[in-house]
Design a protein around this ligand. Structure first.
Ligand code: SAM
Ligand code: SF4
Length: 329
C-alpha cells in the first residue's frame, strides 16, 4: 500500500505523459519561453507502463489518470491506455485534456479502454479564449467536448478556472452551457503553480465568490457531504437536480486530509503532492535494471514522507520549482 504517516492511502495515480502543450493558459504557462523536458529524459511508453503496472499490481493503485501538459500530444497515448486497461485489477482510466484533437482520437481512446474524460473550458467567448489561452482554438475545444459525449464518455466533466478581469463574469454562462449539454462542471480555484510565478492570493477568484456568482443565476443546494469521500470538489445540486456543479477550493478550503493521490511526472519522478518541494526518482533505477520489488519500495518510501498539507496559507509557503504543466494537473 502507498500509505503516509498521517493515515492516508494513495490509490489514485496521475501520470503526466508530456510537459508540452498547444495552449498557453495564463494560470499555467507564460506566453513564451518555457523550456520543455529533453526527450531522453521522458519515460518511453514501455517505461510508463512498467511503472503503472508496479503501481496497480503491487501498490493498490485503482485509478489512473493521464494528464500533462497536453496528453493528446503524446503519440503513444492510445496504446498506453490499451496496455493500462489490460492490467489486473483493471484500474479506472481517465484523461484530463484541453480537448484539442479529441474529435480525431476519442473513438480510438474509448475503444482502447478510456473510461472518463475531463475537458478544460474556461470561457465561451472566442476573444477571451484568445487572451486566456493565447491561441484561437475555442471551436476545437467545443468540438472535442461534443465528440467525447458522442463517444459515450459520459458524464463528460468540464474543469474551469476563473481569473479576475478575464473570465470571472462567466460562472453562470459556463454552468448554463454545461447543463444544456449534459456536461458536469467543476470550478477550480487558481493555485500558485504557474511557470511564471505570477499567482497572487489577493487576485484569485475564491470559491465563495464563484458560489455567490452562481447563486445569482441558480438555486444551489449542498450535496450530501458523505457522497464526497476523497473527491476534491464540494458538490451542489442545481435547481431541483439531478444536475450538479462542483467547486474545488484547493486554496481557501484545502482537502489535504482526505487526499488519495500520487503523481508520476513525464520524466519518471514520483511526487506525493502537487506542492511537494521534493521528488523521488524512479527513472534512474528503472533504467539501471531495478526489479519490480525495488521500484515498489522506492515508491512506498516516496509516499510515506508526504506532508500533512500543502501549506499555501502559511507565510513560509514556497511554490514548487516545477509548474503545473510539468507536474501533471
Ligand atoms: N492540458 C490539459 C488540460 O488543460 O486539461 C491537462 C493538464 S492541465 C495542467 C490540468 C488541469 O489543471 C486543467 O484543468 C487546468 O485548468 C488546471 N490548472 C492548470 N494550472 C492551474 C492553476 N494554476 N490553478 C488551478 N488549476 C490549474
Ligand atoms: Fe496547456 Fe492544460 Fe496548461 Fe492550459 S492548463 S497551458 S491546456 S497544460
Amino acid at each position: 500500500m502507498l500509505a503516509d504517516s498521517f493515515g492516508r492511502v494513495a490509490t489514485d495515480l496521475r501520470v503526466s505523459l508530456t510537459d508540452r502543450c498547444n495552449l498557453r493558459c495564463a494560470y499555467c504557462m507564460p506566453p513564451e519561453g518555457l523550456d520543455w523536458l529533453p526527450s531522453p529524459e521522458i519515460l518511453t511508453d514501455d517505461e510508463v507502463i512498467r511503472l503503472v503496472r508496479v503501481g496497480v499490481e503491487r501498490l493498490g493503485i485503482r485509478e489512473v489518470r493521464f494528464t500533462g501538459g497536453e496528453p493528446l500530444l503524446r503519440r503513444g497515448l492510445a496504446e498506453i491506455v490499451r496496455r493500462t486497461a489490460e492490467l489486473r485489477p483493471r484500474p479506472e482510466i481517465s484523461l484530463t485534456t484541453n480537448g484539442i484533437g479529441l474529435t480525431r482520437t476519442v473513438a480510438t481512446l474509448r475503444e482502447a479502454g478510456l473510461d472518463r474524460v475531463n475537458v478544460s473550458l474556461d470561457t465561451l467567448r472566442p476573444e477571451v479564449f484568445r487572451k486566456l489561452a493565447r491561441r484561437d482554438r475555442l471551436p476545437d475545444v467545443l468540438d472535442g467536448l461534443a465528440a467525447a459525449a458522442a463517444a459515450g464518455l459520459t458524464p463528460v466533466k468540464v474543469n474551469a478556472v476563473l481569473m479576475r478581469g478575464l473570465n470571472d463574469d462567466e460562472a453562470v454562462p459556463l454552468l448554463r452551457f454545461c447543463l444544456d449539454n449534459g456536461y458536469e462542471l467543476r470550478f477550480i480555484e487558481q493555485m500558485p503553480l504557474d511557470a511564471q510565478h505570477g499567482w497572487k492570493r489577493a487576485e484569485m477568484v475564491t470559491a465563495e465568490e464563484i458560489l455567490a456568482a452562481l447563486r445569482a443565476g441558480f438555486t444551489l443546494t449542498p450535496d450530501d457531504p458523505r457522497q464526497r469521500g476523497s473527491a476534491p470538489a464540494e458538490a451542489f445540486i442545481v435547481g431541483g437536480g439531478p444536475a450538479r456543479v462542483g467547486v474545488i477550493a484547493s486554496v481557501t478550503r484545502p482537502f489535504c486530509g482526505s487526499c488519495d493521490r500520487v503523481r508520476l511526472t513525464a520524466d519518471g519522478q514520483v511526487r506525493n503532492c502537487l506542492f511537494a518541494r521534493t521528488e523521488s526518482d524512479l527513472r534512474e533505477p528503472l533504467r539501471a535494471g531495478a526489479d519490480d520489488d525495488d521500484l515498489a519500495k522506492r515508491w512506498v518510501a516516496a509516499v510515506a514522507g508526504k506532508l500533512p498539507g500543502h501549506g499555501i496559507n502559511d507565510p513560509s509557503f514556497l511554490q514548487p520549482d516545477r509548474p503545473m504543466s510539468a507536474i501533471g494537473g
